[in-house]
Write a protein that binds this ligand. Structure first.
Ligand SMILES: [Cu+2]
Length: 133
């Protein structure tokens, strides 16, 4: 009987340790972000779409896109209650409070090579940049 109890305790300790280690593994999360950043631009019917997620900051923070084609920025919010929902793009005079959840399309025109677009939150603490080449 005592043996069974100690086996159960040992097993539950192993499970608990496993949960702690897998929960604290932030490195794999970074890897996922890198993979996603490859798909941040998409060309559909001659229009380039650049997607940025806004929640507790912007992700990805740097996007490399093609210059010389009509481009739209799609900003996705998903339960965004922080100030990254308050988006400012100075170079095109854009300033808007995004919906807490949704997709906002912003026309960037036809970007020129070497002229990046920078977006910042209303307080200037979060930012992202789209490079065109
Ligand atoms: Cu902010």
């Amino acid at each position: 009987m005592n043996k069974t109890v100690s086996i159960i305790i040992t097993l539950s300790l192993i499970v608990a340790l496993g949960i702690i280690f897998s929960g604290g593994n932030s490195k794999s999360k970074d890897n996922i972000n890198i993979t996603e950043s490859i798909k941040d631009t998409e060309i559909k019917n001659g229009v380039q779409y650049v997607t940025i997620n806004a929640k507790d900051g912007y992700s990805p923070r740097v996007v490399n896109a093609k210059a010389g084609i009509p481009t739209k920025l799609v900003v996705k919010t998903n339960g965004t209650y922080d100030c990254s929902a308050s988006l400012v793009i100075h170079s095109i005079g854009y300033q808007k409070i995004l919906p807490q959840t949704g997709e906002t399309e912003i026309d960037l025109g036809i970007p020129k090579a070497g002229v990046p677009f920078q977006g910042v939150c209303g307080m200037g603490m979060y930012s992202f940049v789209i490079n065109f080449s």
